[in-house]
Ligand binder design. Sequence first.
Ligand code: TXA
Ligand code: MG
Length: 358
Amino acid sequence: MITKLVRIDELHMDGPAVEEAGRVLAGGGLVAFPTETVYGLGANGLDEEAAAKIYAAKGRPSDNPLILHITSMEELYPLAEEIPQTAFALAEAFWPGPMTLVFRKTARVPYGVTGGLDTVAVRMPSHPVARAVIRAAGVPIAAPSANASGRPSPTKALHVLEDLDGRVDMVVDGGTVGIGLESTIIDVTGGRPTILRPGYITEEMLASVIGEVALDAAVTGEPGAGVRPRAPGMKYRHYAPRAEMTVFLGSPAQVCAAIEEALQRAAEEGKRAGVLCTEESERFYEAPVKKCAGRRNEPESVARSLYDVLRAFDREQVDCIFSESFEENPLGGAIMNRLLKAAGYRTVTCGGISSSGG
Ligand code: TXA
Ligand code: MG
């Protein structure tokens, strides 16, 4: 298959490229497009056969359900069996935007899209190109992140092509995305709304609208015996660069000192090491490869560049990556969640005693 690359910018969304993307989707094909969080790999979300192509193109396990993308509340009603009052309040506050809600599904939503679950995840994105493409298709669009399964999510069209060139019908290049981390997922099917995946919409923001929210156990810890994530995708190693990555936990000064030591050891062992640092700390390291994930005092900038940096280490062919950690401030929690998954939960606690690997 030859993948067609088209450029759609925010000023030209009524052009032939949008119509063509809509036609490909309506006809059962695959189109990758930008959203405000990450690039998505879209297919007709009511067509099991089209959805199956997503799993094949990404190499995604079939028990990992897809998110359906819509552009208006009217499109939600045929998909969700029951919409609790909390969901209306959250939708009112954060849609369109980087939030996904999990509902009980109706019979219209095929099991091939929900990984066999009786629930369905739905999101209304705000990115104008995403909205134009979904509207042109005229159906809810199932769209996981447009990376090969296990790889960091794409934040630019180039990342999509790195993973999926020749495996999808079309890639819509709408530039670099604004947020850089996947949406916050909230399950509203049970009693208390529960965060299944942290994101740009933080626990505090949700609580300010609906009061208390719960946090799924798998969000904070390593999934293992006894902790089964309610978002099936959260159980897989994910967002991972090819080299072994270790996250150093501790104060910035302790982390810096410990990474310097690790760099020395790596050099002695003849390993090519990379450091994932920030603009504030870059000058302290003597390393073969250094990549800055934004500025420590601006978590938004870290979120925006994290996946690009993880992919950049692959291009540099490093043997190991030593990463700084980030404060668990509201957005920092989502950043650390992705970073630890990318590292397979391999951490070193600096200035302390414990260390673990996985
Ligand atoms: O920001 C985003 O959410 C991006 C853009 C493209 O919209 N999409 C995205 O999709 O991150 P994906 O497939 O990479 O991640 C979807 C996550 C997975 O962890 C999946 O297991 C979970 O959502 N999920 C989907 N449906 C679910 C359901 N019914 N119940 C629980 N978790 C669900
Ligand atoms: Mg994904």
